[in-house]
Design a protein around this ligand. Structure first.
Ligand SMILES: CC(C)(COP(=O)(O)OP(=O)(O)OC[C@H]1O[C@@H](n2cnc3c(N)ncnc32)[C@H](O)[C@@H]1OP(=O)(O)O)[C@@H](O)C(=O)NCCC(=O)NCCS
Length: 145
């Protein structure tokens, strides 16, 4: 499932049952039997009155790729629910969870032209370190919270 090319259900494969996906993200949260290139992570769903509006994922440590361009936290809000403060609330919650899990300071990145995401990060205290080129040749902003 993707929102504008942005993966929504991380680690989901359409051939998976729902319970298999839940087991997979549970394993990732505990950090058990992770492939060498994967770090311990958590995914949280955001809902309003039981309706899914977004998701946020927290990586508790950084591998090489995350340190370059993935960062500790990634999020997406479903299109129908945008501009209501959900991403800002989700990032606040994710920052608290990441810190509880021992991750600090936190690297949060966004595409240079993603004004919405940059505003969300800045509203959550992000300090711009600078811009960097990704492996795909695009420019990202690197923030620390
Ligand atoms: C970027 C994204 C997460 C923002 O989610 P959101 O819930 O709409 O964000 P918020 O409501 O918390 O926005 C906070 C502020 O950011 C700014 N903002 C958000 N979206 C914006 C947009 N499309 N254009 C300009 N400013 C925007 C606004 O100033 C907004 O405050 P306001 O509505 O009071 O003016 C959402 O558009 C999304 O999921 N996009 C696709 C996936 C993505 O880009 N994820 C981030 C990857 S780094």
């Amino acid at each position: 499932m993707a929102a504008e090319g942005f993966p929504f259900l991380l680690s989901y494969d359409p051939h998976m049952t729902w319970s298999a996906w839940l087991a997979e993200i549970g394993r990732q949260r505990l950090g058990t039997d992770l492939p060498v290139d994967q770090v311990r992570s958590a995914i949280l769903a955001a809902d309003v009155d039981g309706e899914l509006v977004g998701r946020v994922s927290v990586r508790f440590t950084l591998n090489d790729w995350l340190a370059r361009e993935g960062g500790h936290i990634g999020y997406a809000v479903l299109p129908a629910h945008r501009r209501r403060g959900h991403a800002t609330a989700m990032l606040h919650r994710a920052v608290a969870l990441a810190r509880d899990g021992g991750a600090t300071p936190l690297l949060v990145v966004c595409d240079d032209d993603n004004v919405g995401s940059a505003t969300v990060i800045e509203r959550c205290g992000g300090v711009l370190e600078g811009r960097a080129m990704t492996d795909r040749g695009t420019t990202i902003r690197r923030y620390w919270i």
